[in-house]
Design a protein. Structure first.
Length: 583
């Protein structure tokens, strides 16, 4: 029942069309139900009693029934198709819009393959059961009411015998429904896992071949595929058993009806036409009951898909606007971090008691080894996560007071790997600012060393890159990511090891271009190589989630026990270190 209520939630936007489809389906049912009565008149009144005066009318009605059925059925099929496709498109749109609002926490907990399965497979399942099951079910209710009324009128004793079979259908449903639902949930979970595995392995095919792990991965995939096969076979056994028992009860009913009908015919209480009409209407009763069981079975199965889709739609973003969020046009870029700490749920602290002041226009370098907490700090600055303690202010206002969309549009971040979308180079470059002028785009492209590469392409900036930009080198992908950030004209730019894939000469050239573009704006570099921090206005050194040193290169490099000096010496050799500061 809960699944049915939830299903109506997906149907609501198409209620008018569904009502129209139900009316058409009801008309189809009534047209079909008229045929046994017409046949009864033909046998009893015309063939038996010789009333040939009504023969033309009876035959006209018999020919009219299939014609009307064809016309109404055609119109109804078109409506149902539109409802089905509309539900799929509408639900997928809702899900995608909601997914775009969900926070990083959701994506860190949910495999991408599982999200794809819900967005594509589960939504299609919900639509299918609506158009092929629910509407037919509603129309069958009309057929049942009409059939029961006629059957009682023809022979109430035979009707009671027929009704006695109905509890058997319910018992059959109760036996198998929970088994089918549980097994279907297992199959969907296995499908999520194998979908995620496929996505990971196909994107890492070079690594697999490099280490000669093709056979091991094939074995792993076969194991996952066998789990799905075993669960599917078990589910098929349940479904087949359910269907066969329903069919058996139906055939048992027909046998009882014809046997009892023969008895009443011999007794003279029912005519031959009456028996045929009763048998036809009992089919109109037992047929829908079989379909009720079948649709109930479908609803049980699709209940898993409904729950999986609602799992996403009901999930609230971990980070969202406050009711009184402040609109934001521009930032100056003054950043203040006060006592910030962060840890994932149930995990160890990633950041502890971070205090920083970054005046507007500062070029700051954040140095530290992997796991020091540098990228996590950047994520907090962009409000992809919330601090577990402390606060972050920008321009004197706590960042959780700003409109989330406005705030993020004023910041840009370049990660170690830049996302490339299936579109043109221009679309990728101007993703953050679609209305960017060509001159601005080309100027930035030249600054990051991308323009010469694009000019050699036959279609230039209109060249299609394909999914993930697989035909591009890692360095070219990074240049696109850096150019994309600069074209969006952010007031605060965070660059996280973005030039690591470039050779030292190119990296220095690109970094210089970024510094020029961000002149008078706040620019934060997350670096691993100490030399990258040499020209920064200020340097922050992090270790194990804490800020351990702040200053500038010339000061930190001569401090005798500074971590900065230690890192520099390890990376470039002790001989390149200046003498330590005396006193």
């Amino acid at each position: 029942m809960k699944s049915l209520i939830k299903l109506f939630g997906f149907m609501r936007p198409f209620l008018r069309m569904i009502i129209l489809a139900v009316i058409f389906t009801g008309c189809l049912t009534m047209i079909g139900m008229a045929q046994p009565l017409i046949m009864r008149r033909l046998i009893n009144d015309v063939a038996k009693d010789g009333n040939w005066g009504i023969f033309p009318l009876v035959m006209s009605l018999l020919f009219a029934v299939p014609i009307l059925r064809a016309l109404v059925n055609g119109a109804n099929s078109l409506i149902l198709k539109r409802v089905g496709l509309g539900m799929i498109a509408n639900t997928r749109k809702r899900m995608f819009q909601h997914l775009m609002r969900l926070s990083m926490k959701f994506y860190s907990e949910t495999p991408v393959g599982g999200i794809n399965q819900r967005l594509m497979g589960d939504v299609a399942n919900i639509s299918n059961v609506t158009t092929s099951g629910i509407i037919t079910l509603l129309a069958d209710l009309v057929a049942v009411v009409f059939a029961v009324a006629v059957m009682l009128r023809l022979n109430w004793k035979l009707s009671i015998l027929t009704f006695a079979l109905l509890p058997l259908y319910y018992l059959n449903f109760r036996i198998f429904s929970n088994r089918i639902k549980s097994n279907n949930a297992v199959i969907r979970t296995h499908m999520d896992h194998i979908s995620s595995m496929l996505q990971e392995r196909l994107s890492a095919h070079e690594l697999i071949q490099t280490y000669g792990q093709e056979k091991a991965e094939s074995t792993h995939f076969s194991s996952r595929a066998k789990q799905i096969m075993d669960a599917s076979i078990r589910g098929s056994a349940y479904n087949i058993s359910f269907s066969q028992l329903s069919a058996f009860i139906n055939k048992l009913g027909n046998t009882l009806i014809y046997s009892a009908g023969c008895y009443y015919f011999v007794k003279g209480t029912m005519g031959y036409g009456d028996i045929l009409a009763f048998a036809a209407y009992s089919t109109q009763l037992l047929g829908p009951v079989v379909r009720f069981s079948s649709v109930a079975n479908q609803i049980v199965q699709v209940g898993v898909s409904i729950d999986r889709v609602n799992e996403i739609l009901d999930r609230e973003p971990a980070i969202k606007d406050s009711p009184d969020a402040l609109p934001l046009n521009e930032l100056q870029g003054n950043i203040k971090v006060e006592g910030v700490a962060f840890s994932y749920e149930g995990g160890e602290a990633i950041l502890e008691d971070i205090h920083l002041e970054i005046p507007a226009g500062t070029h700051l370098a954040v140095l530290g080894s992997a796991g020091a907490g540098r990228t996590t700090l950047a994520m907090l600055l962009r409000r992809f996560y919330e601090p577990t303690d402390g606060k972050i202010e920008v321009d004197g206002t706590d960042i959780d007071r700003y409109s989330l969309r406005d705030y993020r549009r004023n910041l840009a971040m370049v990660l170690p790997e830049s996302a490339i979308f299936d579109g043109t180079i221009r679309e990728n470059l101007c993703y953050g600012k679609p209305d960017a002028a060509d001159d601005s785009m080309i100027q930035v492209s030249k600054a990051v060393g991308l323009h010469d590469f694009v000019e050699k392409l036959s279609q230039g900036y209109e060249t299609k890159l394909g999914t993930g930009g697989l035909k591009l080198s890692a360095g070219t992908q990074q240049r696109i990511g850096i150019a994309r950030a600069l074209i969006s004209e952010p007031f605060i730019l965070i660059v996280d090891e973005a030039t690591a894939t470039l050779d030292p000469e190119s990296a220095e050239s690109v970094n210089e271009s970024i510094r020029k573009a961000m002149e008078s704006k706040t620019y934060i570099m997350i670096v691993h190589r100490a030399l990258m921090a040499k020209d920064a206005d200020s340097v922050v050194v992090m270790d194990e989630g804490k800020v351990v040193e702040t200053g500038v290169h010339d000061e930190l490099i001569v401090e005798p026990d500074s971590l900065y000096r230690e890192i520099y010496g390890k990376q470039y050799g002790e001989k390149r270190l200046p003498p330590v500061k005396e006193g």
